[in-house]
Ligand binder design. Structure first.
Ligand SMILES: [Zn+2]
Length: 288
């Protein structure tokens, strides 16, 4: 069985990106796994602090591990946006493959100091675990926002990225390059798309020289995503698009079974709706 570090290396070599999809229940997990299995591409399942609290830190780890083992499939588990060392330790002990240690809201030097300490502590628990650090401002909340935030002041510079990577010893960097968590209403309706600063990605890549993650990928222009991968993005996070599909599928299931109470007759609509989104994003990320 491959480990995440090797799968990342292979993605870098092949100039494709690994899809990262957040899950909060079995519907989302089944849908993401089905899409990856169909395309035979590696996939990362993410669970934020809130998602972990709902599904259970150790429970999601066991679920993902059972899929990996039963199907001998490269599915990995990431502890998304972890804001404290205590929660990061819980995830490392539960067997997560990677952790996004996110102190990007703190001043730069404090972020460096605490991230470095987290890398050292977490690698003692599991030397193979990958730690992702985050700098810059990409907003919070994978949900539908009423109006756009001005995140232009929080963009990551190449020199900052280099300093951060060298000072902390992180394995993966999440920069702010025009990406943003959540989607605007107009994006959900398909009227507008997010755009990325491709030159900035290329500059950060050549300065940082480690794998890069793009957070907040939902609602991003397809062509921008292709160019971002070519410029050095190795992992792309999609959450809000899945959540929108989850809700729509659930509503469809309930509407078509108005008097039914059997979960396994209603929930497959949500699985199918999410699977289609994951399938289309994975296809884009894995096509050169
Ligand atoms: Zn994120």
């Amino acid at each position: 069985m491959q480990i995440l570090r090797d799968v990342l290396k292979e993605a870098e070599k092949n100039r494709v990106a690994i899809g990262h999809f957040n899950v909060a229940d079995l519907v989302l997990l089944k849908a993401v796994f089905a899409a990856a299995q169909e395309l035979k591409v590696p996939v990362i399942v993410g669970a934020s602090e809130g998602e972990r609290e709902f599904i259970g830190v150790r429970q999601i780890a066991v679920l993902v591990r059972s899929l990996r083992e039963e199907f001998d499939f490269p599915i990995f588990l990431n502890a998304d946006h972890t804001h404290s060392l205590g929660k990061a330790i819980d995830a490392a002990k539960a067997g997560f493959d990677s952790i996004v240690f996110d102190l990007s809201a703190l001043p730069f030097d404090e972020n460096v100091r605490q991230t470095k300490e987290a890398v050292e502590t977490l690698k003692k628990i599991n030397p193979a675990i990958l730690i992702e650090g985050e700098i810059g401002d990409i907003g919070t909340g994978s949900e539908i926002h009423e109006k756009a935030l001005d995140l232009s002041k929080g963009l990551t510079s190449a020199s900052e990225a280099k300093r951060f990577v060298e000072a902390t010893g992180i394995d993966i960097l999440a920069p702010a390059v025009g990406n943003m968590h959540g989607m605007l209403k107009s994006m959900v309706e398909g009227e507008t798309r997010k755009h990325l600063d491709i030159d900035r990605i290329a500059q950060i890549k050549s300065a940082a020289r480690i794998p890069l993650t793009l957070h907040g990928g939902s609602g991003t222009d397809d062509e921008d995503l292709r160019k971002a991968i070519a410029a050095g993005i190795n992992i792309i996070h999609i959450n809000t698009e899945l959540r929108v599909a989850w809700r729509r599928g659930l509503e469809e299931g309930l509407a078509s079974h108005p008097t039914d109470v059997v979960p396994y007759k209603i929930l497959p609509f949500a699985v199918e709706s999410v699977r289609q989104v994951a399938l289309s994003r994975l296809t884009l990320f894995n096509t050169r």
